[in-house]
Design a protein around this ligand. Structure first.
Ligand SMILES: Cc1ncc(COP(=O)(O)O)c(C=O)c1O
Length: 419
């Protein structure tokens, strides 16, 4: 099926028809440990609709070839599909130009690209990079590596007990040595939605560019990079109903132009001699070697899929699931919710007195319920809340209140077992 032909559930106006949406996702219709699968690990990776699977297999069956290099039919077809996916991404996030959308393997690679291409060129000894206390390791470790290498300083915006950024402290950290602010849009460990638009405006007052880690926001909200006015925005396809290996680093053209390439190799050059290499124009300059062609075409198909649903209704459904799950879980004695920000999206992290989250996860799995237990690649968040780990349920628009009921009932059973 050609990507442009992707059709699915027509836009659901008024009420969210969750059963019709669920029919689009084959993986949801199976049993695990003889129980119907209840998939509440969407923050780690979301499921893939049939139309995206079909698009991937059509590519592999009829179009597979390397891109940008061949004059032959298949190469041109693959190139058209790959570049078509880039244009879909452009529209999806409202970038000015498709060349501002660099294909990467995911958020981690996107942030590392900025660290290598921008950070190593523009951050020097005594300079500062600001991140926040709730970041995923993907938005901590690259900046630590950079600061170590350059003799620069990592500054951290603190958070309160609800898991919200302290914005006065943030502004106080900005100064003439600040070279970059890198913050997450939505926290994978706490669910907090950060006020990134206002934070970007504040940083720009000081002439500081801002990178937004959009891994957890893109699946749940409509993103407009021009409206946000962010300088970089990174996200992963596999968290937004596309295959693994797909992802995007958006950057404003002028800043991407000024950056050094991340990797050297094929496809990113204009001309190579042993004396000197000149680089290709954007986006190729930042995409060395053969990319994940099938995955990025799959990302295009996932964007097509999302255009067939009413995303406002999807977000409202997820919000109601989170509200319902929060209310029910808060009512269980011994359960403590970690992350109680006023604005949250789709993540419910919790701990139970004297029961390790891995035990909670294992018992839930026996009932077919998939959640995540661990530090969620956010160890500083665990340290801030004084817990070794949390159990985390994370919702997508295909989850139901009945699934939340099973989660709650099973958590009650976990407490009984351990009491
Ligand atoms: C907020 C956030 N940032 C970055 C990442 C890393 O994403 P990936 O592993 O797809 O590169 C994740 C993954 O969980 C995340 O939740």
């Amino acid at each position: 099926m050609a990507a442009a032909e992707v059709t699915s559930s027509p836009k659901t106006k008024g009420a969210w028809d969750v059963n019709r949406i669920r029919a689009d996702f084959p993986v949801l219709h199976q049993t695990v440990n003889r129980k119907p699968l209840i998939y509440l690990d969407n923050g780690a990776s979301s499921q893939v609709p049939q139309v995206v699977i079909d698009r991937g297999s059509a590519y592999l069956q009829q179009e597979h070839s390397n891109i940008h290099r061949g004059v032959h039919y298949l190469s041109q077809k693959a190139t058209t599909a790959y570049e078509g996916a880039r244009e879909k991404v452009r529209r999806f996030i409202n970038a000015r130009d498709a060349k501002e959308c660099i294909f990467v393997r995911g958020t981690t690679e996107g942030i590392n690209l900025v660290m290598y291409g921008y950070g190593r060129k523009f951050v020097g000894a005594g300079d500062e990079v600001i991140i926040s206390a709730m970041e995923h390791h993907a938005n901590i470790v690259p900046w630590q590596m950079l600061c170590e290498e350059k003799g620069a300083r990592l500054r951290v915006i603190p958070i309160n007990d609800a898991g919200e950024l302290l914005l006065d402290d943030y502004e106080a950290l900005l100064n003439e040595r600040t070279k970059l602010v890198a913050v997450m849009h939505v926290s994978n460990a706490l669910g907090t939605i950060n006020p990134v638009k206002a934070m970007i405006e504040t940083a720009h007052k000081y002439g500081v560019p801002v990178l937004i880690d959009g891994a957890q926001s893109v699946p749940h909200m409509v993103i407009d990079v021009q409206d946000l006015d962010c300088d970089f925005f990174a996200f992963s396809g596999h968290k937004m109903f596309a295959p693994t290996g797909s992802g995007v680093l958006y950057g404003k053209a002028e800043i991407l132009e000024a950056m050094n390439p991340f990797q050297g190799g094929g496809d990113m050059i204009k001309n190579v001699t042993f004396e000197k290499t000149t680089y290709a124009d954007l986006p190729n300059k930042l995409e060395a070697g053969t990319p994940a062609i099938a995955s990025q075409i799959g990302l295009g198909a996932a964007i097509d899929y999302l255009s067939t649903i009413d995303r406002m209704e999807a977000a409202a459904h997820e919000e109601e699931l989170l509200r319902y799950a929060t209310e029910r879980m808060s009512g269980i004695e011994g359960v403590r919710i970690v992350g109680t920000a006023r604005k949250k999206a789709s993540v419910l992290s919790f701990v139970i007195d004297d029961i390790h989250p891995h035990d909670i996860g294992t018992i839930l799995d026996q009932e077919g319920v998939a959640i995540r237990a661990g530090h969620h690649c956010a160890q500083p968040v665990m340290q801030r809340f004084n817990v070794p780990a949390t159990a985390r349920a994370s919702f997508a628009f295909y989850n139901t209140k009945e699934e939340v009921d099973v989660l709650v009932k099973t958590v009650e059973r976990v407490i009984e077992i351990f009491s």
